[in-house]
Design a protein around this ligand. Sequence first.
Ligand code: ACO
Length: 428
Amino acid sequence: MSDIAKLQIGDNQYEFPLITGTENEVAIDIKTLRGATGGVTTIDPGYKNTGSCQSAITFLNGEEGILRYRGYSIEELAEKADFLEVAYALIFGELPTKEQLEKFHSDIKDKSIVDDDIKKIIDAFPKNAHPMGVLSSLTSALTAFNPSSVNVDSEEDMYNSVVKILGKFPVLVAWTMRKKQGLPLNYGSKSLGYVENVLKMMFEQPNEEYVQNEVLVNALDKLLILHADHEQNCSTSTVRIVGSSHAGLFASLSAGISALWGPLHGGANQAVLEMLEAIKEDGGDTKKYMAKAKDKNDPFRLMGFGHRVYKNFDPRAKIIKVAADEVLKELGVNDPILDIAKGLEQEALNDDYFVKRKLYPNVDFYSGIIYRAMGIPVEMFTVMFALGRLPGWIAQWREMRLGKEPIGRPRQVYTGENFRPFKDISNR
Ligand code: ACO
């Protein structure tokens, strides 16, 4: 294949180089388009065909259902690695040695204390505030308590910011949930693993010792790994674009959390459970809801189905489905919601509308079922997603800053009024 793309506009022909990635993905490099053509731009709503950057972090092939972090398959990572190892690999490029991992974990624990004044901010939120709004605000507030901005040219500074946020974020996550439940805001224990500590901080009651359950620890570890990165999705692109203005790491992450909140993105796991509950309340008639999902005059969508990139199957959904079965068996949960979920899944997989549009269950169809069985409130589901996605956001922010990427600033095609003279208010 030639390594040049040719573009004809009227009588003029322009040439643009092709860029080929390490997995042979080809892109047309249009950096010189506006200059060469005298201002012609491209339009691509939703960026369905636009690469915003070159990235060495995550490879995703939606047609074949492939997801790899730093070259390692998601299946192998979910089976053999733990969340902190995956976080380290995502952020720094290589799996850590034993010594590196121990130091990483120990540094994270050392930085996990959150300024006690953060509790005053939490107190100021109404109890019914959505935890994603609270988490986004608290993450942004960390900037005020840690004002010195990261010197991105210093590896040490960069590392310190990374361990700081990985240490403090789970505390904010746990406190967000505990505040809603009226429980004292606690700390975990330095002697525990990262994921065990998250569970202890979230679930420990003030009057009894928290006992770990290995099945739950493993399931949460897997869930966090599966959510840890997903290349240039909505929230990650948000983190990169906010960070491209050289806003700090915590501010960029806070923006990413807001982006993740939406029901078309991370908020889907909450939306799935709410949908399943609504179907149950309405008598459990899955066929009725299948018909609604297919009706173009009805805004209802089958939440947890479809994906912008995966058009075959979501490899994360396959792994998490097995974990969901394990957790439900361990906890002895017999959940009617699960029967509705399985019914919908079967119907959709055999329905022409869904098959033709390549709409398969995505990771969020199953994650909510596990979170619910673990006793995590529905409104916290997207917060758990954010906890998993944190290393991916950090890795992408770090790559963007180290790569000295220019500020993100897309173009538009203006379709408004042409020039018109100002009309005095008495003449309007
Ligand atoms: N239920 C019913 N129909 C659907 C669904 C769905 N869940 N998803 C897509 N469709 C239909 C659309 O109506 C459209 O039909 P048409 O071609 O007849 O007009 C077609 O499938 C293509 O849909 P688009 O919205 O163009 O697909 P896009 O790639 O833009 O959207 C998205 C992907 C947003 C995930 C979509 O499938 C959706 O809304 N799903 C439900 C929400 C969800 O589960 N989001 C989680 C995504 S995973 C994550 O963020 C971790």
